[in-house]
Design a protein around this ligand. Structure first.
Ligand SMILES: *[C@@H]1O[C@H](CO)[C@@H](O)[C@H](O)[C@H]1NC(C)=O
Ligand SMILES: *[C@@H]1O[C@H](CO)[C@@H](O)[C@H](O)[C@H]1NC(C)=O
Length: 200
């Protein structure tokens, strides 16, 4: 009887100690893994990718009275990867040009690989064929055509992967927006570079 009463309370205490030990080891492991990730991250330290719309032109621009549009857009996007260790796979890339919230044309670009510390010139051609315009867009576009300048927004969407050494990241969606690009209908005027916003 006396034995039972003295031993019974000891059991939970030993159990409790073991649990505490496991908890401390787990915590230490988590902290160690966290530190390792932090140190790796600091060593690689990915810098933001930089994009500039360098050229844009508009050809075969034809606006018909039935509110339909034909046009060929050509854009040159300069992609700069400032990272010293990280390179980028652009596995898929599409582009869209819009005028006052109406998308005028889409295009796709061939996949490419961008090494670290590299600038790549990405050319894309977007074609609108017999595109039906809303009456207000048609009216605005006709007015801008006679002024000789058309202001458009150019968007790129890409599926990218990062590569550091032999490690490759999962796919991520990259969005690039180049707002308010002015296209000149006359050849005499130069395209003004547009800095683009990046969403990753
Ligand atoms: C921009 O593109 C147009 C048409 O492709 C070309 O004629 C012009 O030389 C280009 N300008 C620059 C600065 O690259
Ligand atoms: C666009 O081009 C097609 C032929 O490629 C033609 O049938 C159509 O009438 C054109 N539309 C406009 C608005 O010029």
């Amino acid at each position: 009887m006396a034995n039972n009463t003295t031993q019974a309370p000891q059991q939970p205490v030993r159990h409790f100690n073991l649990l505490r030990c496991v908890a401390i080891i787990c915590l230490a492991l988590i902290v160690l893994v966290g530190l390792a990730v932090l140190i790796t991250w600091l060593a690689i330290r990915p810098k933001k990718l930089v994009y500039t719309l360098e050229n844009g032109s508009l050809q075969n621009f034809n606006l018909k009275n039935n509110h339909h549009l034909n046009a060929t857009f050509d854009f040159v996007l300069m992609a700069y990867n400032p990272n010293t260790r990280t390179s980028v796979y652009y596995d898929f890339m599409e582009s869209a040009v819009s005028y006052k919230d109406q998308t005028l044309a889409f295009g796709t670009t061939d996949p490419f690989f961008q090494p670290h510390r590299d600038t790549t010139r990405v050319e894309s051609r977007l074609v609108a064929t017999n595109l039906a315009l809303s009456p207000s867009t048609y009216k605005d576009l006709r007015r801008e055509k006679s002024s000789g300048e058309i202001e458009v927004d150019v968007r790129f969407k890409s599926r990218i992967r990062f590569k550091v050494g032999i490690w490759k990241s999962k796919h991520r969606t990259l969005k690039i927006v180049c707002p308010s690009a002015t296209l000149h209908l006359s050849w005499s005027k130069h395209f003004e570079n547009v800095p683009c916003e990046v969403e990753l």
